[in-house]
Design a protein around this ligand. Structure first.
Ligand code: ZN
Length: 131
């Protein structure tokens, strides 16, 4: 899964829209990561709404299918951010750390394992096997 912030697509040093489409064609999912990657807890309501809505709309326009999942930049979220995600039409959202998601995990606050660049594979396996 690739979470893309749409404001960077096409900028120097970032993926182009044809790159993003190639990811999907290669079997990967492309999902929302807002427009400009702000800390969503620190932006006013109007910008919070537009970051969620405009990213989703652009991805849907470019990729031609519904986008229903977002990753909150920096894993930063609170109740206001979760409500904005729901209001923007997202069904799922992921945060930036564990524990593992379970059936009872809130759909707009799904945990996931953080894996930093350079971390060894055994550490990843250890995290997957942790209770
Ligand atoms: Zn990010």
């Amino acid at each position: 899964m690739f979470f893309v912030y749409t404001g960077a697509v096409g900028a120097p040093g970032f993926l182009s829209w044809s790159d993003v489409k190639a990811l999907e064609a290669g079997g990967h999912e492309v999902l929302s990561h807002t427009v400009s990657h702000p800390n969503l807890q620190q932006v006013p309501d109007a910008r919070l709404a537009s970051e969620m809505r405009d990213s989703r709309a652009r991805l849907e326009q470019e990729l031609g299918h519904p986008i229903e999942c977002i990753a909150y930049p920096f894993g930063s979220y609170d109740g206001r951010v979760v409500k904005a995600a729901a209001d923007a039409g997202y069904r799922l959202a992921v945060i930036a750390d564990g524990p593992s998601a379970v059936d009872a995990s809130p759909a707009l606050e799904l945990p996931r394992w953080k894996m930093a660049y350079g971390e060894p594979l055994p550490l990843f396996v250890q995290r997957l096997c942790a209770p």
